[in-house]
Write a protein that binds this ligand. Structure first.
Ligand SMILES: Cc1cc2nc3c(=O)[nH]c(=O)nc-3n(C[C@H](O)[C@H](O)[C@H](O)COP(=O)(O)OP(=O)(O)OC[C@H]3O[C@@H](n4cnc5c(N)ncnc54)[C@H](O)[C@@H]3O)c2cc1C
Length: 460
C-alpha cells in the first residue's frame, strides 16, 4: 500500500509535536514539515532568557536541530520555505523556497496547519530601523541580541504591556538597560488582571525603576543612518531611546487557510472540532492558530500558550495519521492560565477576571485577600489573592495571585478546580499542606475561599 503523505505547515511547537505523534501513529507515513524561518523545534518561551544574556547561545533553545529532527522522526524538513497556497481540490500545497524563490507543488493526503500567531505592529510603528524589534521567532531574538549593546543602548521603550513586553522588561533590566513601558490605560496584562491587581504590578515595576506610562506610541523618530532616536506618543511626548520593542499583541496566522475556504471563529483563529478537524476535509489545525473551548464558559476562545500548542499538535498529528484505526484523539476544553515574572514579582492568573467575566455577560464577584507565602516566623512574602466566582451558587470563575514567592504554583490548584466546575466550597475544602518554612497553617487560597463564602452568605 502507498504510504500516506502528511504535510505539516509550521515548525515551532505544535507542528513538531504533530510530526512526532503522526510518526508514532504510522511508522510508514511520508511526513513533511515546512517552516518559513531558519529554525524548527525551539522554545519560544525561553527566548527572553536569551535576550537577557542568561543563555549565551541561541542554539540552546533548539530542541531538535534540523538533521536530528529528520532522523528522529524519519521526516522531510523544509526550512526557509513558505507555503503560499493550498489547493484543496487537488490536495496540493504550493511552496516557495525563500532562498532561490523557486516554487514547487507538494501533494498531500492529510494536511496539518500549525502556523501559529504573528505580532501585531501598528502601521505607524512599522520600521526597518535596526533598533526597532518584535519578538516572535528565534531569528527576532537573535536580531535583538545582535543589536543590544548596553554600552551604547542606555534606554529602551517597550510598546505594549502584555506578556512579551513584561518578559522583555525583565531581560533588559538584567542587562542593566533602563526601560520605559508604554501601557494603554497605564495597565499591564489587561486581559488577565483586574485594574487594581494590575496596579500592584505597576507599583512593583516602578520600584524596580521601570517607568510605566499611560501613553500610546504614535510614531518613531528614526535617524537617516537607521538608528532610532525617539518614540513619539499621543500626549506629545518624545521619548529618547536606543531600542524599541513593539509588543502590541498577536493575531492568529490564518490567511493561508481562509484563502482555501477554512472557517474561522470570532477570534480570527480556525474553528475546529474536538478532533481538531477544520471545516475542510483532510485538513487539521493546531496550536496558536485554532480556537479552543473554554472549560469555564464553554465559549470558543484563543489561548495562545505553549502547552496548548504541544497538546493540540499531538491530537492533530495522531488524527491525521490514524486512517480510521484506533480511537481518535480529542482536545478537551482548556482553562486559560498564565504566569509571568514581572521584574521578580510572580503574577499568575487563571480563568476569568471580574472585568472580563462581566464584559462577557457573566455574573461575577471578586474577593481579595493578602496573606503570606509561609509561616510568619519563617522567611515569607506577602501573597495577594483575588478569587472570582459566580455569586448565585459560588462556582469558581477565575483567580489572580501576585507575590514574590508562591503565586505561580498556587494558581495551578485553581486551574485544576476550574476544569471540574468546582465552587468556593470545594476550594475551601482542599487539603492544603502546612509546613512553616513552605506554607502557612492557613493557605492564602483557603482564606480567600473563606472570605468569598462569607460574602455569599444569603446570596445563594
Ligand atoms: C517571547 C515569547 C514568550 C512566550 N512565553 C510563553 C510562556 O512563558 N508560556 C506559554 O505558555 N507560552 C508562551 N509563549 C507562547 C508560545 O510560545 C506559543 O503559544 C507557541 O509557540 C505556539 O506554538 P505554535 O507552533 O502553534 O505557533 P508558533 O510558535 O507561532 O509557530 C508557527 C510557525 O509557523 C510558521 N509559519 C506560519 N505560516 C507559514 C507558512 N505559510 N509557511 C511556512 N511556515 C509558516 C511560522 O514561521 C512559525 O515559525 C511565548 C511566546 C513568545 C513569543
Amino acid at each position: 500500500m502507498k504510504a500516506k503523505k502528511i504535510i505539516v505547515i509550521g515548525g515551532v511547537a505544535s507542528g513538531p509535536a504533530a510530526v512526532a505523534e503522526a510518526r508514532r501513529t504510522d511508522s510508514e507515513a511520508d511526513i513533511t514539515i515546512v517552516e518559513m524561518g531558519p529554525d524548527i523545534s525551539y522554545s519560544a518561551c525561553e527566548m527572553p532568557l536569551y535576550v537577557s544574556g542568561e543563555i549565551a547561545n541561541s542554539e540552546r533553545l533548539v530542541r531538535y536541530a534540523v538533521a536530528k529532527f529528520k532522523e528522529q522522526f524519519s521526516s522531510t524538513v523544509f526550512t526557509h520555505h513558505e507555503v503560499e497556497r493550498i489547493d484543496v481540490q487537488k490536495r496540493v500545497v504550493m511552496v516557495r523556497d525563500l532562498t532561490t524563490q523557486h516554487e514547487r507543488a507538494l501533494s498531500y493526503d492529510k494536511l496539518i496547519l500549525a502556523t501559529g500567531s504573528g505580532a501585531v505592529v501598528p502601521e505607524a510603528l512599522q520600521s526597518s530601523s535596526r533598533d526597532v524589534h518584535i519578538l516572535r521567532s528565534l531569528q527576532d531574538a537573535r536580531s535583538i541580541v545582535d543589536t543590544l549593546d548596553p554600552r551604547t543602548i542606555h534606554h529602551a521603550v517597550i510598546v505594549g504591556s502584555g506578556f512579551v513586553g513584561l518578559d522583555v522588561v525583565e531581560s533588559l533590566l538584567h542587562r542593566g538597560i533602563r526601560v520605559t513601558m508604554l501601557a494603554s490605560e497605564g495597565r499591564v496584562l489587561k486581559g488577565s488582571l483586574d485594574a487594581d491587581m494590575s496596579a500592584l504590578v505597576v507599583d512593583h515595576l516602578e520600584q524596580k525603576g521601570v517607568s510605566v506610562r499611560n501613553e500610546r506610541a504614535t510614531s518613531l523618530d528614526v535617524a537617516p543612518d537607521g538608528s532610532i532616536r525617539a518614540v513619539l506618543t499621543d500626549i506629545g511626548e518624545k521619548i529618547g531611546c536606543g531600542f524599541v520593542l513593539i509588543a502590541a499583541g498577536t493575531r492568529p496566522l490564518t490567511e493561508l487557510g481562509i484563502q482555501a475556504g477554512l472557517k474561522t471563529g470570532e477570534s480570527g483563529a480556525y474553528e475546529v472540532d474536538s478532533q481538531l478537524r477544520t471545516s475542510v476535509p483532510g485538513i487539521w489545525a493546531c496550536g496558536d492558530c485554532i480556537e479552543k473551548k473554554d472549560a469555564v464558559t464553554g465559549k470558543s476562545i484563543r489561548a495562545p500558550l505553549a502547552l496548548n500548542a504541544f497538546r493540540s499538535g499531538r491530537v492533530a498529528g495522531r488524527n491525521a495519521a490514524r486512517s480510521g484505526k484506533g480511537r481518535p484523539a480529542q482536545l478537551g476544553p482548556i482553562v486559560m492560565a498564565t504566569a509571568i515574572s514581572a521584574s521578580g514579582l510572580e503574577v499568575a492568573h487563571t480563568g476569568w477576571s471580574v472585568e472580563e467575566a462581566q464584559s462577557a455577560g457573566l455574573a461575577a464577584v471578586g474577593e481579595t485577600i493578602t496573606h503570606r507565602s509561609a509561616s510568619s516566623l519563617a522567611n515569607h512574602h506577602p501573597l495577594c489573592v483575588r478569587l472570582v466566582a459566580d455569586p448565585s451558587w459560588g462556582k469558581l470563575l477565575g483567580a489572580q495571585i501576585i507575590g514574590l514567592q508562591g503565586a505561580a504554583q498556587r494558581i495551578n490548584i485553581i486551574t485544576a478546580l476550574l476544569r471540574t466546575g468546582a465552587t468556593v466550597d470545594d476550594l475551601y475544602n482542599v487539603d492544603f499542606v502546612y509546613s512553616p518554612r513552605l506554607a502557612p497553617a492557613h493557605d492564602a487560597m483557603m482564606i480567600a475561599a473563606r472570605m468569598m463564602q462569607k460574602r455569599l452568605i444569603g446570596k445563594r
